[in-house]
Each structure stands twice: as structure tokens, then as C-alpha cells.
Design a protein. Structure first.
Length: 145
């Protein structure tokens, strides 16, 4: 039978016709399509303050997002010239992060606002975009109490 289930450690065990294979899904890199890598480099490094790693001569820039690499590049093929998924950046203090990024010239669609409230915490979010209209979000889970 083909399917999947999680084991106690959180790994996904994939059932295949050949047997089961445990797979740990860790995001190592996210590719974000941009039209102008130099302009995007300025936005992510200087306006957002992300940790810049390096640029490749083929027109790519790489950043470290707390262990996950973000790659900015022009699309490799025409079918890759679409919008990206929303990338959410977790911050401890969403109000302070929002204020800092606004001071750097980042345009937000909205102010930080509550998305969800549970018994233990409140989830806040605020959305903005880069120069290529990729939508990005700040998120913060604030414990109640």
C-alpha cells in the first residue's frame, strides 16, 4: 500500500511499493524569483538586514535565514517566471521589527495584526513585498500571560 505516516520522532515514513523509507524533511534552500538581482540584493541585505552570504557570477545572491539559505535569482526558464509562495519570517517582537523595516523604507500592506488567538498564545502577522512584488510576511507567536 502506498501512503505515509509520521513516526514518534517526527520523520515521515513513506510507504512505497518497494517498502518504507523514513524521510526527514528539512528546508535547506528557498529560491525566490527576481527580475534584477542587484536591486533585490540591496532590498534583502540593506533594507531587511538579512545575513548576506555570497553572489554567484551567473546572477544569484544567497542569504542565511537562520540556517535556511535564501537564493535570489532570475528565472532559469520561462515557465519559472511566476510569483512565489509567501515566505514568513518569524520575529520575536513584531511591532519593533515592523517599525525598523518601515524606517528602512519597506512598504507594508498593513500594520501588525492578530491572525489567531489560542489558549496559550496570540499569532500576529504583517505583510510587505519586495521590488518584484513577492509577498513576504512577518509573524510572531506571543505567549499569553
Amino acid at each position: 500500500m502506498v501512503g505515509s505516516e509520521r513516526d514518534r520522532g517526527g520523520s515521515v515514513k513513506i510507504e512505497t511499493p518497494a517498502g518504507s523509507v523514513a524521510m526527514d524533511w528539512t528546508i535547506g534552500q528557498i529560491a525566490l524569483p527576481v527580475r534584477d538581482v542587484e536591486r533585490a540584493l540591496f532590498f534583502y541585505r540593506d533594507m531587511l538586514g538579512m545575513k548576506y552570504l555570497f553572489s554567484a557570477p551567473s546572477g544569484m545572491a544567497f542569504f542565511d535565514c537562520n540556517g535556511v539559505r535564501l537564493m535570489l535569482s532570475g528565472p532559469e526558464r520561462p515557465e519559472f517566471t511566476h510569483s512565489s509562495s509567501i515566505i514568513y519570517f518569524t520575529v520575536e517582537d513584531i511591532e519593533a521589527s515592523y517599525a525598523t523595516l518601515r524606517e528602512r523604507g519597506v512598504h507594508f500592506f498593513d500594520k501588525p495584526h492578530i491572525i489567531e488567538e489560542t489558549d496559550g498564545y496570540v499569532v500576529w502577522m504583517a505583510f510587505f513585498s519586495d521590488y518584484d512584488r513577492n509577498v513576504l510576511g512577518l509573524t510572531s507567536e506571543v505567549p499569553k500571560g
